[in-house]
Design a binder for this molecule. Sequence first.
Ligand SMILES: [Cu+2]
Length: 325
Amino acid sequence: MAETTGTAPQPGGPGGTGIGPPERHHFLWIIGIWVVLVVPADLIFWFVGGPHMPPGTMTSSAAGQQFDFNVLTMMAIPVVLAVLVYEGYALTTWRASRGGPEPVTNANSRGNLAIQTAFIGVSTAIVLGAFIFGTYELVAPAGAGGGEGPDAAWTPGTHSVLPIQVIAQQWKFTFRYPTFGGFETADLVIPANSWIAFHVTSLDVIHSFWAYQLGVKADANPGYDNIAYTKTTGQLGNFTIRCAELCGIWHGAMFDTGQVMSVPAFKAWAAATEIKLAAATKLLPPFAWTYIPDANGADGGYYPDNEDPYSPVEMYGAQKVTVTP
Ligand SMILES: [Cu+2]
């Protein structure tokens, strides 16, 4: 360099005056600490925490959701640790010491094109990666347990599917089994290791059928047959059913417990229930994929001309209200 005059070199910078030791390479130190923390944190999460994440592995849908959750958490851990490591490094390395000189900034703290470009590039890659992964996972495993409407775009690809109708109404769920004579029960029982097609509908307002451990959640709309597919695994036991759409004053009490049984136990239960409920089944409207909303139930879906079917007095069973014509 021909330059012989000018400002004094920055301490610790290039051509430092030797005041104190030369500064270490902060960027490599931060990256190093981050890698040392990220690798075990991700591995511990995946192998120790991951298998216990909700909603479990009772069905293909639930297992898929658990996998998605774990993958997204594996992506989030490095981001969170990057923020915390930088914060911790900055606080311990660049803090002002008591009685020492006020820390000053220098040219490196502004306009760093490499860091700005890397930030935009990494953020874009993470967001696009999450978008592509999420979109694929939403549709690939037969609709991922969500209701797909009456004409499902993603089906199990087999005809060996057990159809079960889920009928929501204020404020309970009932279940009809069309392949077992169309009986209707308050108990949702399903076989293990089987494809199930939940046909979800409503008799009154909008509800949502959420079978938590099955990873199934489908809107229940009156006059609409909303189909959600899932395949049970070999895991037997109970699962929780909740209404997941605010549907009136007792929405919070609209829950139930379902059960996954072995295939032989399910067949025995279904055959016995079909016989037990045969007399009641005869009184039901014929099985259909949807029913006309009807608060009274006995009039084929049509209200008598001079009665108010939604009168609270009538609904709570006190007496019929006759509207003067
Ligand atoms: Cu509801």
